[in-house]
Design a protein around this ligand. Sequence first.
Ligand SMILES: Nc1ncnc2c1ncn2[C@@H]1O[C@H](COP(=O)(O)OP(=O)(O)OP(=O)(O)O)[C@@H](O)[C@H]1O
Ligand SMILES: [Mg+2]
Length: 446
Amino acid sequence: MKTKITNEQRTLVHELLNRGQDRQTIAEMVSLTPGQVSAIAAHRTIHNKRSQLENRLTRALPKQITTTIPSTSDKILLGSADIGHVFWDPRSSVNPHVLIVGESGFGKTYTTSCLIAELAHRNIPSIIFDYGQGFTPESSNPVFANEARPLQLEVGRKGVAISPFEVFDGDAHGPLSVAQRIADTLVRVYQNLGVQQHATIRQAVIDVLEDAGIYSKLPSTWHKPMPRFGLLHKKLTENAQDPLNADRKTPRTAASHISSLFLFDIFRNNGVSLQWDELLQPKRRSTVIQLRGLEQNLQRATTEFLLWNLLAYLESSGPQSLRCFVVIDEAHRIPTGNGSAVERLLREGRKFGLGILLASQQPEDFTSIAFSNTATKLVFQVSDEKSQVAKQLYKKLKTPLSFLQLYKTITTLDRGCAFALTHNTGNVIRVASFNERFRFAASEAE
Ligand SMILES: Nc1ncnc2c1ncn2[C@@H]1O[C@H](COP(=O)(O)OP(=O)(O)OP(=O)(O)O)[C@@H](O)[C@H]1O
Ligand SMILES: [Mg+2]
């Protein structure tokens, strides 16, 4: 039976390995399983030898697969296919973004966690937006916790100390640009809002900023302390009650549609502090922005405002090589269409060193922008009634596969298997499990 390895056994194993003994013999001599001996052997050099990592991958996958392991450990193993291992190389790719789609229970969150852990292992930290239970300490895989060491930020519960009123360096028109961004974001999120409410919200933002002495015509005022975000709601309510206002209905309906945003007072000075420069340090590994328990529109609005804030930070830092990933599992929680923050990230993130990973059950949750701006796609089993996924994949596919074969493939995949599209080549892969990826580190941690 497999028992915990003692320090004494570990030392003996190292000595016997140094003498060139084979693992079976060592296992018998030290009363361990051959697997435990292998774990110790591999762990000896796990952090300093690139070739060891590649050997590890070779041993971890089925024996019948014989393919050349790439010489750079920047390549991340996605899984094994008939032709050999399939890798993802976000660092050298012009487009590092990933789209994952598939029905419930087929492996989206699991695979996403594996990729976050792999990125963390390569000093690329991730900012994970969590809306459910996917990345809480209780729910996440121990290997994920060990590799990605996620910092949990309880933004949903404690609020966050950023202000949607902030004027970013790229805001050419100062408060006017801010007002436009806030109105656009709210109309995207709260789908009952129309053009009139958009105009009324935009004007209310301008008025609140002016009340705080921040004027579009006076750039010297743009970086004064921001007023409370709650004042936007107050302004709309005042406008709705103003007897001199001919149209009181528009501010009233605008205020009532977006009231949840203010009820929970998410954007507040005493909320969780988001220091992007710290969170994007390679040693940080990963950060979970926890939004569980919030009403869906509030999750969406919060995510959008945080993404705008992150984008502004990245833009102000200038062009960079790949330095971080934004992960949105359950991407139906966040708008991805025209003008959205996700769309901006997909189009321009790479320039500023940011990759994005989006996962969702429903293909309809992804706009054509999301499909066409993600070079790597992992499709788990989908019912694909409208053939939307098959069509999107087929457009990119250079592998000789008929449309019908492709459709049949993606609608009948086993759990844990995905159709992986990378470099316009498609393969059915069995996604490598955590143990296959980090077998040795995990057994050491036991
Ligand atoms: N490649 C894999 N290797 C080993 N186990 C896996 C793999 N993929 C998935 N699993 C197992 O399947 C379970 C369900 O997978 P997961 O939670 O990732 O599904 P999902 O697609 O995210 O579902 P939902 O849409 O409901 O969130 C996981 O808890 C995990 O145990
Ligand atoms: Mg999931």
